[in-house]
Design a protein around this ligand. Structure first.
Ligand code: RP5
Length: 181
């Protein structure tokens, strides 16, 4: 489906309404557990700041495998363009998601485990050749950067997102003081 048509078709998909805020999500924010939300919320907040509708879901590769395949079936047709997947411990979520889709998958390792997220980092980043997962920093920095990368991907074909991303960078630079005190 053409991009403009897809967006128009999905405009009522979110919140099931037809009001001005009912916009089809373009970025999926998946997480292996509700306990990941405090980290993954940073991805949602960052996307919101850039005016990009996200769709946050708890989907576990091992606890809810059917939910995973059901969500990914037709995700592209529903208007999803990028998938962010965050998980902790033996974090196979991003890899399994990537195996089910041709959409770009951005992996966020979640910390808080006995190994402080090193387990999740290695599980996410060490994909064997053939199924790529772009992997970000452990925790909130990774969630923010995954959202910014999603925006950069969308910005290639969306001048509005590109402009908002440029403004975000400008504001970020302006907020850095020249002197420490
Ligand atoms: C992973 O196991 C989740 O992504 C989470 O980070 C971790 C622990 O999950 P809970 O036991 O807190 O649900 O699958």
């Amino acid at each position: 489906m053409a991009k403009a048509k897809r967006r128009a078709a999905g405009r009522v998909a979110r919140r099931g309404g037809s009001g001005p805020k009912a916009v089809a999500p373009r970025v999926a924010i998946l997480m292996g557990s509700r306990s990941d939300w405090s980290v993954m919320q940073e991805a949602e907040r960052t996307l919101e700041a850039l005016g990009i509708p996200g769709d946050a879901r708890v989907i576990s590769a091992h606890r809810t495998p059917r939910r995973l395949t059901a969500y990914l079936d037709g995700a592209e047709e529903r208007g999803i363009e990028v998938i962010i997947a965050g998980a902790g411990m033996a974090a196979h979520l991003a890899g399994v998601v990537a195996a089910h889709t041709l959409l770009p998958v951005l992996g966020v390792p979640i910390g808080g485990s006995a190994l402080n997220g090193l387990d999740a980092l290695l599980s996410t980043v060490q994909m064997p050749g053939g199924i790529p997962v772009a992997t970000f920093a452990i925790g909130k920095s990774g969630a923010v950067n995954a959202a910014l990368m999603a925006a950069a991907i969308l910005a290639r074909s969306d001048p509005g997102v590109r402009e908002r991303l440029a403004k975000f960078r400008e504001a970020q630079s302006a907020a850095v003081p020249e002197r420490p005190a």
